[in-house]
Design a protein around this ligand. Sequence first.
Ligand SMILES: NC(=O)c1ccc[n+]([C@@H]2O[C@H](COP(=O)([O-])OP(=O)(O)OC[C@H]3O[C@@H](n4cnc5c(N)ncnc54)[C@H](O)[C@@H]3O)[C@@H](O)[C@H]2O)c1
Length: 468
Amino acid sequence: MNIAVVGTGYVGLVSGVCFAEMGNEVTCVDIDARKVESLRDGRLTIYEPGLEVYFDRGRRENRLRFTTDLAEALAPADVVFLALPTPPAEDGSADLQYVLGVADDIGELLAAHPDWGYKVLVDKSTVPVGTARRVTAAVGAYGLEAGKHFDVVSNPEFLREGVAVDDFMKPERVVVGTDSERAAELMTRLYEPFVRSGNPILVMDEASAEMTKYAANAMLATKITFMNEVANLCDRVGADVDKVRRGIGTDSRIGPKFLYAGIGFGGSCFPKDVQALHRTAREEGYSFEILDAVLRVNDEQRKSMVPHIVDALGDNDGRLDGKTIAVWGLAFKPHTDDVREAPAHVLIREFVGLGADVVAFDPEAVETTRAAFEREPLGGTGSLSYAETAYDAAAGADALVVATEWPEFRRPDLARVRQSMAGDGAPLVFDGRNVFDPKHMAGLGFTYRSVGRPSFPAQEVSDRETAA
Ligand SMILES: NC(=O)c1ccc[n+]([C@@H]2O[C@H](COP(=O)([O-])OP(=O)(O)OC[C@H]3O[C@@H](n4cnc5c(N)ncnc54)[C@H](O)[C@@H]3O)[C@@H](O)[C@H]2O)c1
């Protein structure tokens, strides 16, 4: 099949590369000329495990091409995916300017080139209910007839950054929202090779498909937030949220996933999608109470470590001037370089605002962090610098904060970390992802605090003992 993917970001690039891997002819389009040039030159523009092999193969075998020219991709395409940004507008709703703008461009091009034939236009972006109808109207405004010249399908994407290639190649389900049999048939043919193990392709109406994506993300964000609130209560009553997690996760009605307490969710999807669903509800005169709470609690949770750090290190005015804080992890989760809405960034902004000097390390997300803070500079009197390794970041720091659970942070040489940190007492570790064992950390001589788990008094340890 010939496929155009418009928007070559995290979703568009993974989709394009994976469709090409399945033997399709794919052209990815982006308005960002630098991105397109880099991809044409064989340089990936995002970090995503497993992507490179398929990307290289698709390019080598000339099934995967990149362009800034929409017409070039559109002309031969049977199916056109819109994988465009849908960032939050000021009122929290999804900003549809990119999706509707491209729909308009497509309408104009198709009207001018009737010989290009019937196309299926697919909303892969996360978009509110009614968007497929609006895309249909935007294309239809050029005198084109839905069902004859084109059809619009809602095909929300459920991939998770960090395992996006696996998720795309073996989706648990594919949701296809359309009333058109012709479009449903084409989409089914396109996706069948991805669900050979029997996972379903669920064909439904457009509105239900659009709602499915928001409901999924809102449910997951709620699950995380619920567990964070349980953790906050565990802190107060002396229970251990890890034990509670295992206790409830073994109940098949609840399940073990998305029950890990921490310093809140981030990323390019959950915060904006929960906001957008909340907004949709408001527009319909319905107050979706639980989403309001999820957003509020998560905002608080992302900053929940700050008062503890100020308590431990702050001066009488609650400031952190002259203190150095090491931050391990910048990405919003492991195995990605995506830092959109990353809890680490929220913390860094707070620390620098209070005058601290932050030294950060992340295995993949330093460049994206630099770019993010160039776009939205840090205020405050402190500073942010980057270390080459996790150990370099910790060396000389007054406190260490674990903000992302990258595997390499799970079993570092903690004795080395302890010895290199500032001060003579028990160095402070604030573990926002519960990666270390509280007793073990106390035994190693750290003053250790995590989320929803008991703390133990740091033991006195001589350097010789820990080095042994
Ligand atoms: N990132 C995820 O994990 C994920 C998962 C599921 C769904 N989604 C949804 O998919 C959509 C895309 O997300 P993303 O993370 O890939 O965004 P992204 O910002 O990484 O990528 C969007 C791309 O679109 C390009 N673009 C903007 N305007 C364009 C235009 N007129 N023509 C061509 N290209 C244009 C941008 O340059 C950018 O490269 C969003 O709606 C998002 O909510 C994202």
